[in-house]
Design a protein around this ligand. Structure first.
Ligand SMILES: Cc1cc2nc3c(=O)[nH]c(=O)nc-3n(C[C@H](O)[C@H](O)[C@H](O)COP(=O)(O)O)c2cc1C
Length: 234
């Protein structure tokens, strides 16, 4: 009898050990794998070929904030723009007219003269800034918009410089909070498309619901601009 009890207890012990060792091996392999792969550089390219003509659809910028902020909508629209020689300003005015929007001009503390803007001169201000990215952090007279928080929709306009947004816009985009706002980039250029300009600006901003951009030729007509604005349904 005593011998039988010993055999039963040994069997029970052996079964218990087998069950434990099974648990240990399965939990030990699942946790640590797969968390470090896939980190890629987010450094944006800084130069674009002048002839790059990307279709508007491909300029869809990542949506930096997806929060549903629709409950505090005011319907107010703002057109922010930088213009070196007046073409983008003209388009901004057409947009403001069509969308019944307010205007805000981005003005560099040291305005660009026409000599500064001469991209054919390798010694011009803009050529130096193009060649040296550190010089593109242009001081602005102000980045503060009265009643900024009241605007639901913000158009951001700029000329294309060497395939990207003219950099005086960067300083404005970096310091303002676009959370809850729909942001619509637009540009004027001689021939280039929007390229990645909208995407790069949305990444600089880090907030806002950035939409596809629209490029206009430098001397776009009021009609074509108004048609585009009306197609947006804002
Ligand atoms: C420094 C500089 C770089 C430019 N680079 C381009 C370019 O890459 N592609 C293009 O089509 N036009 C280019 N242009 C032309 C302008 O984008 C175009 O004339 C624009 O409508 C100017 O707008 P603004 O009058 O508001 O400054 C460039 C102009 C300047 C001054």
């Amino acid at each position: 009898m005593k011998k039988l009890t010993t055999i039963i207890m040994s069997l029970a012990l052996a079964l218990g050990l087998t069950a434990c060792s099974g648990n240990t091996s399965s939990s030990g392999t699942s946790a640590a794998s797969g968390t470090t792969s896939g980190t890629s550089s987010t450094t944006a390219p800084t130069d674009f070929p002048e002839t790059a003509e990307a279709p508007t659809e491909s300029t869809a910028a990542p949506t930096a904030d997806t929060a549903d902020d629709t409950d505090s909508q005011t319907g107010k629209v703002l057109v922010v723009y930088y213009s070196g020689s007046g073409h983008t300003e003209q388009v901004a005015q057409y947009i403001a007219q069509a969308a019944d929007a307010d205007l805000f001009e981005i003005t560099p503390a040291e305005p660009y003269t026409s000599a500064d803007l001469n991209y054919n001169d390798p010694d011009s201000r803009v050529s130096h800034e193009h060649d040296n990215e550190e010089l593109r952090d242009v001081s602005l007279t102000t980045t503060e918009v009265n009643g900024w928080e009241d605007y639901d929709t913000v158009f951001i306009g700029y000329p294309i410089w060497w395939g990207i947004a003219a950099w005086p816009v960067n300083g404005f985009v970096k310091v303002n909070d676009f959370t809850g706002k729909t942001v619509i980039p637009f540009a004027t250029s001689a021939s280039s498309g929007m390229g990645q300009s909208g995407t790069i600006l949305s990444e600089l901003a880090g907030t806002g619901n950035w939409q596809d951009g629209q490029r206009f030729r430098s001397s776009a007509s009021e009609n074509e601009v108004a048609e585009w604005v009306n197609s947006l349904g804002i």
